[in-house]
Design a protein around this ligand. Structure first.
Ligand code: SF4
Ligand code: FES
Length: 231
């Protein structure tokens, strides 16, 4: 089948503002949007710029707006979109070029939640064990691949400084880890002025997550944990 990709282009070295350019490619219905983008780049316009790496929904690098929704280009099939597809960069971040956005502010927020295990107790001979029930508490938020689909879908993030859904998901992942010992420090970060309380429970983040993480539920669990620890 033939599909027409309507792609937002922008090169800050030569363009004063973004514009759209259309490309028509021949694809199989079961091809992914990433396959169609590759056909454009390899055979029609080598200047088209986008991130991708694993091509299997694992690295999180090819998040973009596809027909208005934040998706991973390597996970969306052409047959689910039709013959005309609009592709734009994620909202809320500076565009570096075409579909590539500057994710440094995203990763700066991620780093503030201390996304690593903190436990100064002497390590056991083998490993720090968890029960299945303890593991279950972090099962969902452990799946995050840091694609930024959730944070870029959040209208609060577009307009206000705040941690954003992805940073809170990763804060949750360690806050609820039974092996971690930094609860107080973690709650201080998540409870700050730009922390979880800026969430207005809009659910855009949950809808956008390609890993199916219940992002809004994780944010609510962090809010409850803060209230519980303070009472
Ligand atoms: Fe991506 Fe989901 Fe992680 Fe957000 S929570 S960064 S949408 S994987
Ligand atoms: Fe790795 Fe799509 S290229 S998630």
């Amino acid at each position: 089948m033939q599909v027409t990709l309507r792609i937002q282009r922008f090169n800050p070295d030569t363009d004063t503002k973004p514009y759209y350019r259309e490309y028509t490619v021949e694809v199989e219905p079961t091809d992914r949007v990433l396959d169609a983008l590759n056909l454009v780049k390899w055979y029609q316009d080598g200047s088209l710029t986008y991130r991708r790496s694993c091509a299997h929904g694992i690295c999180g690098s090819d998040a973009m707006r596809i027909n208005g929704r934040n998706r991973l280009a390597c996970k969306v099939l052409i047959k689910d979109l039709g013959s005309r597809i609009t592709i734009e960069p994620l909202l809320g971040f500076r565009v570096i070029k075409d579909l590539v956005v500057d994710l440094e502010p995203f990763f700066a927020q991620y780093r503030t939640v201390m996304p690593y295990l903190i436990n100064d107790e002497p390590p056991p001979i083998r490993e720090r064990l968890q029960t299945p029930e303890e593991r279950e508490l972090i099962e969902d938020t452990s799946k995050c691949i840091l694609c930024a689909c959730c944070t870029a879908a959040c209208p609060i993030f577009w307009t206000t400084e705040w941690l954003g859904p992805a940073a809170i998901v990763n804060g949750h992942r360690f806050l609820f880890d039974s092996r971690d010992r930094a609860t107080e420090e973690r709650l201080a970060v998540l409870n700050q002025r730009f922390g979880v309380w800026r969430c207005r429970t809009i659910f855009n983040c949950t809808e956008a997550c390609p890993r199916g993480i219940q992002v809004t539920r994780a944010i609510e669990q962090v809010k409850r944990r803060i209230l519980f620890e303070q009472s």
